[in-house]
Design a protein around this ligand. Structure first.
Ligand SMILES: CC(C)(COP(=O)(O)OP(=O)(O)OC[C@H]1O[C@@H](n2cnc3c(N)ncnc32)[C@H](O)[C@@H]1OP(=O)(O)O)[C@@H](O)C(=O)NCCC(=O)NCCS
Length: 151
């Protein structure tokens, strides 16, 4: 990564779709265009509460994204809470604080919105992501994640 670079932290927009799909594809080896199209449409929908999803641009290129939602009272939890359900940094820009900076900005925005807790889910065998959140002081939640396998 070049030393002199212009970093911008901004809210996600529709035109980020292609870059986000590419970051995800490099990681998951799947093209999840439809999934991200639906997700971005839902985030940017006028009916949605607030767009709190972020993108970090470096020299005009999407270097990373953090997708999240704000909840006011869902799941019977009365406090405002936030969830991060999408995070990815382009391989060329990793280990330069991009994800940490996005999380700082996300946390600051959520605090301003009255949020007391931010939740996320990490696959039990995704050690890199788990390590990142652990370093950022995330701890196992008191909320229980339940599942039912359908026959
Ligand atoms: C986990 C992930 C988000 C981290 O992104 P990142 O931008 O590299 O994260 P950061 O740079 O903020 O932190 C990573 C490390 O770099 C270090 N770092 C931060 N700033 C740094 C800097 N300026 N110089 C050097 N190292 C730095 C951090 O201390 C951290 O080290 P640690 O892992 O030992 O704690 C990224 O690896 C990723 O996208 N993984 C794939 C996630 C995934 O599967 N998503 C689903 C599909 S996209």
């Amino acid at each position: 990564m070049p030393k002199q670079q212009k970093r911008i932290m901004r809210f996600l927009k529709q035109s980020d779709l292609e870059a986000i799909v590419a970051i995800d594809q490099a990681e998951t080896k799947q093209n999840r265009q439809e999934y991200y199209e639906r997700k971005i449409n839902s985030i940017l929908s006028k009916k949605a509460e607030i767009n709190c999803s972020l993108v970090c641009e470096i020299d005009g290129k999407v270097a990373g994204f953090m997708m999240g939602y704000l909840f006011f009272g869902e799941f019977g939890i009365s406090d405002a809470t936030a969830t991060i359900d999408g995070l990815g940094v382009h391989k060329d820009f990793r280990n330069h604080g991009v994800a940490s900076e996005m999380l700082d900005q996300f946390s600051m925005n959520m605090k301003a919105a009255g949020v007391k807790k931010i939740y996320t889910l990490v696959s039990w065998d995704d050690f890199a992501l788990e390590k990142f959140f652990s370093r950022q002081k995330f701890v196992p939640s008191k909320r229980i994640n339940l599942e039912l396998t359908l026959p």
